[in-house]
Design a binder for this molecule. Structure first.
Ligand SMILES: [Zn+2]
Length: 490
């Protein structure tokens, strides 16, 4: 006897054959998919305790979010129009004042948003600067029923904490010991450098050894050209990818986020290493980087690099993690930049599913609907406008579907969203706790939050950088900038 049978669905398995199965069923036993095929065959061979009649619905693998900052779930609507430097700076300043309670509330909210919008696995950036805060990310995501990789950042040069590299590595190892494989194996840990410029080669090598020993991924922002390359050359005397290579981190474990403005040599180096790239289109459109600095998607795709979509952060653009919007934006930007047809709808669908699983080393476990894999499945309402009439289902998923169409979500065979409602946690409680956490976070960060908007402090974010040394230099620079403005009348 199986546990669950999903019948009469249009199944898009995202398998190697790019099939679309009409009137198909999926049988689930425990955490696993035990059959996928025509309804008449599967339902004749499989009896189950529960049957979900998915007539008028599309079944897809649970979406994989390649990169997200969960603390930013509290930033909604407060940083629109800031541009890149200021968004990143205000984010670092707020991360520095986040308490464990604030991080727990943000993580639970973010997990709720993701599950409701069909994301079953997320690669979460380490917004936390200490172990006590980082563990709350694992707790919040795990409790909500999501699968997630929790990054813990190690930075021993201009680091946001006063901790030595040694102490940070010890905290990273502790997080691995306590949370890697926690929550029935759904939570994993990814100790990673905070950035190539902020982590010494010695620490990178020790992180690489830890990743090798424990079979972990390395999750980091990588800016091979802009805006970090100049700083990296000035401070470290090497290119960003050169530093990663010297630190033993440029390999198939590397999940490199953004790679803005990467050139041919960078693409070749990433492809040779077998590294994956995460592309987060909405956030870069919003901060206005322009086409010249756009990640070289066409070249990466041609070079066979695994490209994964990510939602990155919230603050005033696409609010709440939404991979349907990222899929559509990715496809439209690709046509805008390279001409129509460079990316096919199935290519984009893979970027939101199986590619993410591959990048995270979970290709055997999830990312497609195939016998033997975990039952990470989403069902979308698909029998109504605007997605009907529909002959090309992958195209309608990319260009027409939205997160509101997600009806049912299964993680490891367990129904966590039914009829669009989250079953694992109390949403009202999560929303109330998040409102409180946001007020606390912004007060600590020196912002004024009013009913009509949010006002950041008048000081530059560099002066509020979490590490005292950098903040002191930031204050000096800010004084110089103010003098310059007064002197030049700007
Ligand atoms: Zn990011």
């Amino acid at each position: 006897m199986d546990d669950l049978l999903i019948t009469n669905a249009t199944v898009v398995p995202v398998d190697r054959l790019d099939r679309v199965l009409r009137d198909a069923s999926i049988a689930i036993r425990g955490r696993q998919i035990v059959a996928v095929g025509p309804t008449e065959v599967v339902s004749a061979e499989h009896q189950a305790r529960e049957v979900i009649d998915a007539r008028g619905m599309v079944a897809l693998p649970g979406l994989v979010n390649g990169h997200i900052h969960v603390l930013t779930a509290l930033y909604k609507g407060t940083m629109g129009g800031f541009g890149f430097d200021r968004t990143a700076g205000e984010d670092i300043a707020l991360c520095g004042v986040a308490t464990p309670d604030i991080m727990l509330a943000a993580s639970r909210l973010s997990a709720a948003e993701m599950l409701r919008s069909g994301i079953t696995l997320a690669n979460v950036a380490g917004d936390a600067v200490t172990f006590e805060v980082a563990r709350q990310t694992a707790e919040g995501l795990g409790q909500a029923g999501l699968k997630a990789f929790v990054q813990t950042m190690v930075a021993d040069i201009f680091g946001p904490t006063g901790l030595t590299g040694e102490a940070q590595l010890a905290e990273a190892e502790r997080l691995v010991r306590e949370y890697h494989g926690a929550f029935e194996g759904r939570i994993r840990v990814a100790p990673s450098p905070a950035g190539e410029v902020t982590t010494s080669l010695e620490t990178m090598r020790r992180l690489a050894a830890l990743a090798e020993r424990e079979q972990l991924i390395t999750h980091m922002h990588v800016f091979p050209r802009w805006p970090m390359a100049t700083v990296t050359w000035l401070v470290r005397g090497r290119s960003p990818l050169g530093l990663l290579k010297a630190g033993g981190l440029l390999n198939e474990r590397l999940v490199a986020v953004h790679v803005l403005a990467a050139r041919g040599g960078d693409v070749a180096a990433l492809a040779r290493a077998g590294a994956s790239v995460v592309h987060c289109p909405s956030v870069w459109m919003n901060v206005g980087i322009g086409p010249r600095r756009w990640p070289p998607l066409k070249a990466l795709h041609r070079a066979g690099v695994t490209i994964v979509l990510g939602t990155d952060s919230a603050g005033g653009w696409i609010e709440g993690a939404d991979l349907f919007t990222e899929m559509r934006t990715c496809a439209l930007m690709s046509s805008f930049l390279y001409g129509a047809g460079v990316l096919q709808p199935m290519d984009v669908l893979r970027m939101a599913t199986i590619n993410g699983a591959r990048a995270l080393g979970l290709e055997r476990e999830t990312g497609s609907l195939e016998v033997g894999k975990r039952a990470d499945i989403i069902l979308l309402k698909f029998d109504r406008p605007p997605v009907q009439p529909s002959s090309d289902v992958p195209a309608m998923l990319v260009y027409g579907a939205c997160r509101g169409d997600v009806q049912t979500v299964l993680v490891d065979g367990r129904v966590v969203v039914r009829d669009g409602c989250l079953l694992t946690v109390d949403e009202r409680e999560i929303v109330a706790a998040a409102a409180e956490a946001r007020a606390d976070l912004y007060r600590r960060g020196g912002w004024k939050l009013g009913p009509d908007g949010a006002t950041p402090p008048t000081t530059s974010w560099l002066e509020r950088y979490p590490s005292q040394g950098v903040a002191t230099w930031g204050a000096r620079l800010a004084r110089l900038a103010r003098l310059w403005r007064r002197f030049s009348g700007r």
